[in-house]
Write a protein that binds this ligand. Structure first.
Ligand code: CU
Length: 443
């Protein structure tokens, strides 16, 4: 309702009645600024108090206490001198803090500048976006990890004399940026979402040292593997849950080649959606055969490029029972998902992994067909030519295609509310987001 009211008066030229604010710093509750419907975000996280607009729509106020709380800085309001102190420093005069209703509200831009925050007002979305330099920096630093997963580069193991490959996965809470300027506290393996890809060869002996630095117990399940029962990672059935501060060593042989995944099997709805998952690729021991110039593509071929897309979501402002707000490919939402880049005539394999515990996805490629060459870690007998493929929770699909049509083609989930980012579901003309990437074919 608030958003609708704001849209109406901006579109229709109406003005909210905020006259009580003019000339008075002690406006009555329910008048000045109330009903402006301005959402305020810091690093993509919604602040609890809605912003307010002055009658000329020029002066936009937000709650300085919300900002201080979000930054974990001490906050103090001196009513006598009408001064706000954040971290014991008074806000500059331009921030002009006033009491509106139950809240102290300050002019957003000078408030943001005085705290070294980026400031942006999204007029169409009636949103104030504040950002910390830390969010920008983390986004840049995480780019290389996202690309490693996307382009199929695995975590580097230590290798014993007998050839056993040892990987360490440390589970810990860590800040993660699904898009530039948005930070959320994620449940991560080695500080990243998706966790690092583990990539070995069929027949390899694998040892994974799991270190639990989470605030809760956890385990790791190896999804699709043929392994000793005690290594299956199900708490209360095959092992005791690994308590915070403790470790567990998983050992098994990479039994059969294919696209798999690993994920937490403890409090799954929270820990998997939180980010505790990754891709596990077992390459075949046999050398792949060259791709023929024409005709059918199949699992055992040596494609020019090999991509992995782990489909999930992050609940930045949404609760676990709410509509999810950021659908992600390897922890990133469009427009910050890296593109698939090919030259005309090249071939690519794309390993789709749906790790979401409840959502299905219908991945659709524009401009070209693809062939489904493997499902759930097994080559399909007769590759099927398609343009849209459905993945239920826990399913994997390997598809392959020849890049025969130059251009920038969308590759996206066709459930269209999976292609909008948080805060934008409710408005017309929202930007594209979520489960979208581009296939860029150079001629
Ligand atoms: Cu979807």
């Amino acid at each position: 309702m608030l958003l609708m009211a704001a849209s109406l008066y901006i579109l229709g030229g109406l003005r909210p009645d905020v006259s009580a604010h003019e000339g008075s710093h002690e406006a009555e509750e329910g008048e000045a600024g109330e009903g402006g419907g301005i959402a305020a975000y810091l690093d993509g996280r919604l602040l609890p108090t809605p912003g307010s607009l002055s009658s000329d729509l020029a002066e936009l106020r937000i709650s300085p206490q919300d900002v201080a709380d979000a930054l974990d800085l001490p906050y103090r309001w001196d009513m006598g001198t009408r001064t706000v102190y954040i971290d014991e420093k008074p806000l500059p005069a331009e921030a002009d803090p006033v009491k509106i209703g139950a809240n102290v509200m300050a002019v957003a831009e000078p408030l943001a500048k005085s705290l070294g925050l980026n400031y942006r007002y999204d007029d169409a979305g009636h949103m104030v976006m504040l950002g910390t330099p830390k969010a920008e920096k983390l986004f840049q630093e995480q780019e290389a990890k996202v690309r490693d997963v996307f382009e199929g580069r695995g975590l580097t193991p230590t290798v014993d004399a007998d050839g056993t490959k040892t990987f360490t996965l440390t589970a810990e809470m860590s800040d993660w940026a699904p898009v530039k300027g948005v930070l959320t506290t994620a449940w991560t393996y080695n500080g990243q979402v998706a966790g690092p890809t583990i990539r070995v060869t069929e027949g390899d002996k694998v040892r994974i040292k799991f270190v639990n630095k989470l605030p809760e117990p956890s385990t790791i399940h190896w999804h699709g593997f043929h392994l000793p029962n005690a290594m299956d990672g199900v708490p209360g059935i095959t092992q005791q849950a690994v308590e915070p501060g403790k470790e567990f060593v998983y050992e098994f042989t990479a039994s059969h080649p294919g696209t798999f995944m690993y994920h937490s099997h403890y409090d799954d709805m929270k820990q998997i959606v939180g980010g505790l998952y990754g891709a596990f690729i077992i390459d075949p021991a046999a050398k792949p055969v060259p791709v023929p110039a024409t005709g059918e593509l199949s699992d055992g071929m040596a494609f020019d490029r090999d991509y992995t897309m782990v489909l999930s979501r992050m609940n930045v402002n949404a609760g676990l029972d709410d509509e999810p707000d950021y659908f992600t490919i390897n922890g990133r939402s469009y427009p910050d998902t890296p593109p698939i880049e090919l030259k005309k005539g090249q071939t690519a394999r794309v390993r789709l992994i749906n790790i979401d515990p409840v959502e299905v996805h219908t991945m659709h490629l524009h401009g070209m067909d693809f062939q489904v060459i493997a499902r759930n870690g097994h080559a399909v007998k007769t590759p099927e030519t398609m343009n849209t493929v459905l993945l239920g929770p826990g399913e994997t699909v390997d598809l392959a295609f020849r890049a025969d049509a130059p251009g920038d083609w969308m590759f996206h989930c066709h459930i269209l509310d999976h292609t909008m980012n948080g805060g934008e579901h409710a408005r017309m003309g929202a930007e594209m987001g979520g489960l979208i990437t581009l296939v860029k074919v150079a001629s």
